[in-house]
Design a protein around this ligand. Structure first.
Ligand code: M6R
Length: 601
């Protein structure tokens, strides 16, 4: 959630840290701050509420070349969004940035206050700072201080400390992302909560394991240290080539719009990646049952995947939200397969569910976008969605590619079951989907007009049946996230069991129509119309009845797409949400209260 960047070396730390934070700002953007060591060997700290641009203005008078610094973009958990609660937090001779939640912060704070320590902020992060101060009184070796302080806190955390006198950066984590590396010539050293921020500087990225201390110091290899201060080999290494550099908006006004438009090309390119996927380690036996676990949009992709896998492979599939699954005492055994879907590969609840499954001896297969992510490294098998970086906080192309990858997974499972699988057919079907999405994109003006007409309504009910039900949920989530309006997703047949009480002339039913169950869906729409609800229908079957009943209509023939048809219909929902949000004037790429990667539980 929060973004962390640290630098030490010959480059100007202020620029490196600010540029790194800019690359990560989509992950958290309540406030931002930096600590730097100046020429006189003093730590200077600047923080500012709001976006990184505010911090940039604040530090624009700092003309010195700084050789060491750490920075942070915050997604607030403990304590309001204000300057005092912003990071870095500092003690005597050191400064700290934090990502995660210190679960026992209240009890530690109470203990420290009793001992006379004073707190400036309301954050859990400052507890670590005061612990470091306390331990430093009796322990002079800073590595030991950090280890001892870290051993006292509970939860999934990453902490990075800048030490003034030693001119070093220390970083440590437990179940939270952390990456570091050094330039080839050994003159610059970097650490971050996300390698994405470092990709332009380093060729090799190190991913330390939990409880391994990384120490960055000038003119030395990065040291990885065990709690007993011996050298550690518990870190993984990846080549930077795994990372993509497509991180600009191009001519698009927002990343979200760019990412929506990327979809046809990504779908077409997917077949190119399949050869590589087919060579990756995969299951050798057919699982008895499959448990899909994910959050948010990825959870809806899981619902899509359930339909596909169950109908094609006849393997029973359950789908759970990761935050529920882990506390639900799930019934799984060693013959089952757990499937985790995550764009970032860092979502804390999904990761915790993965750990639970591994403890239970259940094999884990993950459907991911980020190859070097924590979930990637901890899974038994991975299938990559190959969507490229998704910067818009509202997920669009990742959803489409997660769903498409789940169709590919069903093909792989069928191969295991001894069925002859026709990848040529899969590729043809994908190409048809890509073409259909192109058609929808070329009809953007129609969608803009609809958005203009309905944007000020009070309620938006997305409905779909069977395979289109997940995209009704996804459509409503998209609209809520970026337009801040009341939107809900329902199975068409469910409205009459309660939600229909909400329907009046200020509410629109955005109904996805497919030819199967057409008459039943029409009856559901009729029920809404009778209650004066406004009707927007998307799909084919242009019968007179449908034309008469619809206040707004987006005809679209998706019959030839088979299982993939919802993915085309969903693009309508993505664009509709986008243009409604434009009318509302919201911050589309960085909607309020959200962050791209949810690394707290
Ligand atoms: O990175 P993940 O796919 O694990 O993220 C899961 C959700 O947090 C994410 O899909 C979220 O719901 C998006 N903001 C939806 O647009």
């Amino acid at each position: 959630m929060c973004g962390i960047v640290g630098h030490l070396g010959t480059f100007n730390s202020l620029s490196v840290v600010l540029d790194g934070l800019e690359a990560l700002e989509y992950r958290g953007y309540d406030s931002a701050g930096v600590s730097l060591i100046d020429r006189d060997g003093k730590i200077i700290t600047a923080k500012k509420e709001g976006r990184l641009t505010n911090l940039r203005k604040e530090v624009s008078n700092l003309k010195e070349i700084y050789f060491a610094g750490i920075g942070h973009t915050r997604w607030a958990t403990h304590g309001n969004v204000n300057k005092v609660n912003s990071h870095p937090h500092f003690g005597d001779g050191f400064s700290v940035v934090h990502n995660g939640i210190i679960e026992n912060a209240s009890e530690l704070k109470e203990e420290l206050i009793k001992e006379g320590y004073q707190f400036l902020s309301d954050t859990d992060s400052e507890v670590f700072v005061r612990l470091v101060e306390k331990i430093s009184k009796t322990e002079k070796e800073f590595s030991k201080v950090i280890f001892t302080a870290f051993s006292r806190i509970r939860g999934n955390n990453c902490l990075v400390a800048l030490n003034r006198d030693e001119r070093k950066i220390y970083a440590i984590k437990n179940n939270a992302p952390l990456a570091c590396g050094q330039s080839d010539d050994g003159t610059n050293y970097f650490v971050s909560s996300d390698p994405y921020a470092l990709q332009k500087y380093i060729d090799t990225i190190y991913f330390p394991e939990n409880n391994v201390l990384c120490v960055l110091s000038m003119d030395q290899e990065i040291a990885f240290v065990e709690p007993d201060l011996s050298d550690s080999n518990k870190f993984k290494t990846e080549k930077n080539s795994l990372l993509s550099s497509e991180n600009t908006k191009g001519d698009f006004e927002h990343y979200m719009l760019k990412e929506i438009w990327e979809q046809p090309n990504l779908i077409d390119q997917f077949k190119i990646h399949l050869e590589n996927e087919a060579n990756q380690k995969f299951l050798t036996t057919v699982p008895k049952r499959i448990a899909i676990v994910a959050c948010g949009t990825a959870y809806y992709a899981g619902l899509f995947a359930k339909n596909v896998i169950e109908s094609r492979c006849r393997i029973p599939v359950s789908v759970d939200m990761a935050s529920e699954f882990r506390y639900a005492n799930p019934v799984l055994d060693k013959n089952d397969l757990a499937v985790f879907i995550s764009q970032s590969g860092e979502t804390a609840d999904t990761l915790a569910a993965l750990h639970l499954c591994k403890e239970m001896g259940v094999k884990a297969l993950s459907i991911l976008n980020v190859a070097h992510s924590t979930i990637y490294r901890e899974s038994d098998f991975n299938l990559m969605i190959n969507a490229g970086p998704e910067i818009g906080v509202a997920s669009t192309k990742a959803f489409t590619m997660q769903c498409l990858t789940s169709v590919y997974l069903s093909e792989r499972l069928m191969t295991l079951m001894g069925e002859s699988v026709d990848l040529v057919k899969f590729n043809k079907q994908s190409s048809r989907l890509a073409k259909k999405i192109e058609e929808i994109l070329s009809r953007t003006d129609e969608i803009k007009k609809i958005a203009e007409s309905i944007h000020s309504l009070n309620g938006f009910f997305f409905t779909g049946r069977n395979k289109s039900f997940p995209i009704a949920l996804e459509g409503a989530l998209k609209l809520k996230e970026i337009a801040y309006v009341h939107a809900e997703g329902y199975a068409s047949g469910e409205l009459k069991h309660g939600p229909i009480a909400m329907i009046d002339e200020g509410v629109v039913n955005i109904a996805y129509i497919e030819n199967n169950l057409f008459e039943k869906t029409l009856s559901n729409i009729q029920e809404i119309k009778t209650r004066k609800g406004i009707i927007l229908t998307i799909g084919k079957t242009d019968t007179e009845e449908l034309k008469n009943i619809s206040d707004y209509r987006f005809p679209l023939d998706v019959d030839d797409l088979d299982d993939l048809s919802p993915l085309a219909l969903n693009v309508f929902g993505q664009l509709l949400s986008y243009y409604i949000a434009k009318h509302k004037g919201t911050d589309i790429d960085k909607p309020r209260n959200l962050a791209k990667s949810v690394t707290v539980e």
